[in-house]
Design a protein. Sequence first.
Length: 181
Amino acid sequence: MSEWDRMVAGEPYDPHAPDIAAKLAAAGEWMARYAGSYTLPAAEREALLREGLGAVGPRCVVRPPFFVDYGVNVRLGEGVFLNFDCVILDVCRVTIGDRTQIGPKVQIYAADHPRDCASRAAGIEFGRPVTIGADVWIGGGAILCPGVTVGDGAIVGAGAVVTRDVPAGATVVGNPARVRG
C-alpha cells in the first residue's frame, strides 16, 4: 500500500513520501491558477474548480482565495457556497452536502497528528474524515476539527471550534462548540 493510499484511508503515513509530495505540488499549482479565477466567467471558474476537487455538484461557488492540501479528497454537493479564504486540509475525505453555506475564513481539518511525542517527532501523521450534511450554515472563522460530522440543517456559529459531532438541526457556538438552547 502506498503512503498516499494509507493517508486517504486514515492510517498513519509519512507526509514526506514522494507520491504525497507530488500530489501536494500539483494542488499548489492548481490553487495558484484558481486564485486568479475570480474574473473568469462562472462556467470557466466552475470547470477549473472541477479540475482541482474530487467532486463538484452543479451550481457550486467557491470564492478565491481557497486553500486545500490536495483537493482531490474534497466532495461538494449541489449548490454549495464557500466564501473567501477557506482552508480544507483534505488528507482524507471531506464531504460537504447540498446547499451548505460556508462563511469566510472557515477552516476544515481532516489532518490529524499522533498524541504521543515519539510518533510526532518521527513525522507520522494521519487523518480522520469530515462530513458536513446538507443545508448547513457555517459562520465565518469557524474551525471544524478532524473526524467531526455536522448533521443536516445544523448551524455552526461564527468563530466556533467544532471538536465533536453536531446533531442534525442543532445550533452550536463557542470554543469548544456547544449546542445552544
